[in-house]
Design a protein around this ligand. Structure first.
Ligand SMILES: [Zn+2]
Ligand SMILES: [Zn+2]
Length: 65
């Protein structure tokens, strides 16, 4: 009867949203209603001007691990 789940991000009860990407149950604070994803997925797929490839600029100085 009580349909309150645990948020997969903060672990609090009252999670009433399900991420449409990873299926994680999240609370209202960790649900991006604009995309229908949790904030984790929204951060990954949402982007917003993220350059493709590594986050390090190619300055010519190549590091070798
Ligand atoms: Zn949460
Ligand atoms: Zn997700």
């Amino acid at each position: 009867m009580s349909s309150s789940g645990l948020c997969g991000i903060c672990g609090r009860t009252g999670a009433g949203y399900t991420c449409d990407r990873c299926g994680t149950l999240v609370c209202e604070r960790h649900y991006e209603a604009s995309v229908g994803f949790c904030v984790e997925c929204a951060r990954e797929v949402g982007g917003g001007g993220q350059p493709s490839g590594d986050d390090q600029p190619d300055t010519g100085d190549t590091y070798q691990f």
